[in-house]
Design a protein around this ligand. Structure first.
Ligand SMILES: [Zn+2]
Length: 308
C-alpha cells in the first residue's frame, strides 16, 4: 500500500503529464521520464493533478454528419429486464437510479478495476464493489477521493479499466472533447462507459457546458465511443431541477415541489393538446426537450486505435 492506493491501483498509475511510470514513497512521487513531482494531500490522497501546463493536440474532422443514417432514439432509459448484476436489494445512491444500475456490467475477474470519474464523496463505491469491481475514485477536488486528478489528463495507463462511471460530471469539464478522449484511452476495449450530464439544470458548481442530446452524442463520438443510449429523464425534468437547484435551493422538497406543480400540470396539458394537432408533439419529444439531464451508455469498440 502507498497511502490510500492499493498495489493493484499503483500498477496502473501513470504520470498525467507524459504518461510514463511513476516511482515514489509515502511522501513523494516522481515521474521516471519528465521528472514531475507529485505528493499526498493531508487527507492521504495521492495528488496526481497536473503540476505544469500540458499541451494537448486535437484534430477536428469537419464536414461529417453527426447521427447515423438510420437515426438514433433518445428515449427515456428503461430498466434492463435481464441485468448482469442483481441490485434489487441494494440501496440506490444519490444521482443513480434502478434504471441506470440495471445496465451496470459485472466484473469479469477478481482484479477488474472500475473508475468513478469525478467521484465526489464516493457515494457510488458500494454498488460498484457489489458488481465485483475494485473501485478507483478520482476527483479534482475532494477530501474523500483516493486520487486527485484532472479529467483532461488522467493519471492512468492506457486500457486500465473495464468500466467507467461518471455521474453529473461532464458539465463541469472545461474541455469536454479532451476528457472524452482520456476516458476512452484508459478504458479497456469492450469496456463500458456509463454517465449522466446536465441539460436544463441551472448553473451549479462552476458548470461549463450543459449538454443537449446532440451535444452528448457529439462529445462521446469525439471521444471515439460507440454510443448505445442517450436518455432523457422524465422524473428529473427542467421544472424539478430548477425548483430544487435554482429557484428554491435548500428548500425542503415538500415545499418547493408544490410551487412548480401548477406549471407542470399546465405544461403536460398543453403538450397533450399539441399532440392532437401535430404528430411532432410526442411524449418522447416533450421529455427529451425538457429534461434536466441525460444518461448515456457507450462502449469502447473491441478493436481500436488508442488516441495516444
Ligand atoms: Zn511525466
Amino acid at each position: 500500500m502507498n497511502g490510500r492506493i492499493s498495489d493493484d491501483v499503483w500498477k496502473i498509475i501513470a504520470c498525467p503529464h507524459c504518461g510514463a511510470s511513476l516511482h515514489g514513497s509515502n511522501q513523494n512521487v516522481t515521474c521516471t521520464s519528465c521528472q514531475s513531482h507529485y505528493g499526498y494531500t493531508k487527507s492521504g490522497a495521492i495528488d496526481l493533478r497536473l503540476q505544469q501546463p500540458k499541451k494537448y493536440q486535437y484534430d477536428f474532422l469537419l464536414g461529417t454528419s453527426l447521427l447515423p443514417k438510420s437515426g438514433f432514439d433518445f428515449h427515456p432509459l428503461k430498466e434492463e429486464s435481464n441485468p448482469h448484476v442483481d441490485f434489487s436489494k441494494q440501496y440506490v445512491p444519490h444521482h443513480l437510479s434502478r434504471e441506470i444500475m440495471s445496465h451496470f456490467p459485472k466484473a469479469k475477474t477478481d482484479n477488474s478495476l472500475m473508475l468513478d470519474l469525478g467521484c465526489g464523496n464516493m457515494v457510488h463505491r458500494n454498488v460498484c464493489e457489489y458488481a465485483g469491481f475494485k473501485y478507483v475514485g478520482l476527483d479534482y477536488d475532494s477530501n474523500e477521493a483516493s486520487i486527485l486528478g484532472d479529467a483532461h489528463a488522467l493519471p492512468f495507463k492506457d486500457r486500465s479499466f473495464e468500466f467507467i462511471l461518471s455521474v453529473a460530471v461532464l458539465e463541469h469539464i472545461r474541455f469536454p472533447f479532451v476528457a472524452m478522449q482520456e476516458a476512452y484511452r484508459v478504458l479497456e476495449p469492450n469496456g463500458i462507459f456509463i454517465g449522466t450530464v446536465a441539460f436544463l439544470e441551472p448553473f451549479h458548481g462552476d458548470s461549463f457546458y450543459h449538454h443537449t442530446h446532440l451535444g452528448t452524442y457529439n462529445s462521446l463520438q469525439e471521444g471515439g465511443f460507440r454510443i448505445e443510449k442517450i436518455c432523457p429523464s422524465d422524473r428529473w425534468s427542467v421544472l424539478i431541477a430548477q425548483a430544487r437547484m435554482g429557484l428554491f435551493p435548500k428548500m425542503p422538497h415538500m415545499f418547493s415541489i408544490p410551487c412548480i406543480m401548477p406549471i407542470q400540470i399546465m405544461h403536460k396539458i398543453w403538450w397533450r393538446l399539441g399532440s392532437v394537432i401535430s404528430k411532432k408533439a410526442t411524449e418522447e419529444t416533450r421529455i427529451r426537450n425538457t429534461t434536466g439531464a441525460f444518461t448515456f451508455i457507450a462502449h469502447k469498440p473491441a478493436s481500436t486505435q488508442d488516441n495516444w
